[in-house]
Design a protein around this ligand. Structure first.
Ligand SMILES: CC(C)(COP(=O)(O)OP(=O)(O)OC[C@H]1O[C@@H](n2cnc3c(N)ncnc32)[C@H](O)[C@@H]1OP(=O)(O)O)[C@@H](O)C(=O)NCCC(=O)NCCS
Length: 158
């Protein structure tokens, strides 16, 4: 399938869809914490950006990233089920990585559930390395894995 979509910064009108995708694709079984209001708060935070992939008016993927002085932290990330395995996630991660590098930030961190083998495989394919297993990372009940990537290492190598 040939994907057709644009990548852009999110608007407040995207927040409800992002929150619904978080509930159904990311926070499943953990309780819903990324409500529409929380997504909007993050959009308005000057150290956070929310990027979306849209096919026309339809939002098919998003990423929420917090930027610190030396590192970026991807806190929420998903692609609609029917559009997975078509490179949308990769394109969003590349956008986030490029944005970080342009801002002089070379390290990207994120977390995944240990049992989320699809996400772990996705990040591994993009060069992220697992460096810490955290028991009870999610709501005190589920084990998580921390991953990171050194963008400068990659930039120098290429
Ligand atoms: C993880 C996720 C974001 C991947 O998005 P995507 O758009 O499907 O990813 P891509 O198409 O860019 O995949 C790139 C590569 O990652 C790997 N990959 C992606 N999904 C995979 C899966 N389910 N199983 C194994 N490998 C996978 C593959 O190597 C893939 O390349 P290929 O399709 O040529 O084999 C998506 O599955 C998703 O939204 N999952 C639910 C939410 C979630 O888990 N978010 C992350 C929380 S940390």
């Amino acid at each position: 399938m040939i994907e057709s979509y644009d990548i852009r910064l999110a608007a407040v009108s995207d927040a409800r869809r992002i929150a619904e995708m978080s509930k159904n694709l990311i926070e499943l079984g953990l309780g819903w914490s990324w409500t529409e209001e929380r997504v909007i708060r993050n959009m308005r935070d000057k150290d956070t950006n929310v990027v979306v992939a849209c096919d026309g008016a339809h939002l098919i993927g998003f990423g929420i990233t917090k930027y610190r002085i030396n590192e970026a932290h991807i806190v929420l990330f998903a692609v609609e089920k029917s559009r997975q395995r078509n490179g949308v996630g990769t394109a969003l991660i590349k956008w986030i990585e490029k944005t970080a590098l342009v801002a002089g930030i070379g390290i990207v961190y994120l977390e995944a559930r240990l049992r989320n083998s699809a996400a772990r495989e996705f990040y591994r394919a993009l060069g992220y390395k697992e460096f810490l297993v955290e028991p009870r990372r999610y709501r005190g009940v589920e084990t998580g894995v921390r991953l990171g990537k050194d963008l400068w290492e990659d930039a120098v190598a290429s």
